[in-house]
Design a protein around this ligand. Structure first.
Ligand code: 5GP
Length: 188
């Protein structure tokens, strides 16, 4: 039987720089595929359908809960997010490794479904830094920022349950660390 792909689950509070980190690592490591999630939130400026997310309406999302289409799903910051079970299985069966950017609730569900998965938590250098980054990013409303900061406190408490924690203080250092973690697991 051919080799099954490996799952790398990455979680972080909003504004910790996870997307930038993941994009850099995906660019650098061949054979690692990004799992494009489904969401009911509206696209942000510059986000592309099928690249950043599959944007769907809530009715469709809920229908797909009923039909067991999600490998995991969760409500995060007031919107629904989910990973297609079919797509994930297909990629893993093709032998490709998969990188998922999902929240702590989804990560928990996926780890029980795929116990061999590697879970990585990206920590901001401080809560203040998170606040600053979210405000600077300018993509979220004041209400959304407040909610994301409130949720960040809960998410950061979950870090201890992850296999690896990387602090994103200096971006290039954090990229190197994430690359190394993934490369070591792939080589094992
Ligand atoms: P954002 O709206 O900033 O893109 O993402 C908000 C949160 O939803 C992030 O913590 C992100 O990791 C999480 N997220 C994105 N896709 C999924 C998914 O498919 N499942 C789960 N559980 N969380 C997701």
């Amino acid at each position: 039987m051919s080799r099954q792909g490996h799952l790398f689950i990455v979680s972080a509070p909003s504004g910790a720089g996870k997307t930038t980190l993941c994009n850099a690592v995906l660019k650098a490591l061949p054979g690692l595929e990004y799992s494009v999630s489904y969401t009911t939130r509206s696209p942000r400026k510059g986000e592309q359908e099928g690249v950043d997310y599959h944007f769907i309406i809530q009715d469709i999302f809920c229908e797909r809960i009923e039909s067991n289409d999600w490998a995991e799903w969760a409500e995060v910051h007031g919107n629904f997010y989910g990973t297609s079970a079919k797509k994930l299985e297909k990629t893993l069966n093709s032998g490709k490794d998969v990188l998922l950017d999902i929240d702590t609730q989804g990560a928990k569900k996926l780890r029980s479904r795929y116990p061999d998965a590697t879970s990585i938590f990206i920590m901001p250098p401080s809560f203040e830094a998170l606040k600053e980054r979210l405000a600077k990013r300018g993509t979220d409303s004041a209400e959304s920022i407040a909610r994301r900061l409130e949720d960040a406190k809960k998410e950061m408490r979950e870090a201890a349950s992850y296999d690896v924690v990387i602090t994103n203080g200096d971006l290039s250092v954090a990229i190197a660390e994430l690359k190394q973690v993934i490369a070591e697991i792939r080589a094992a």
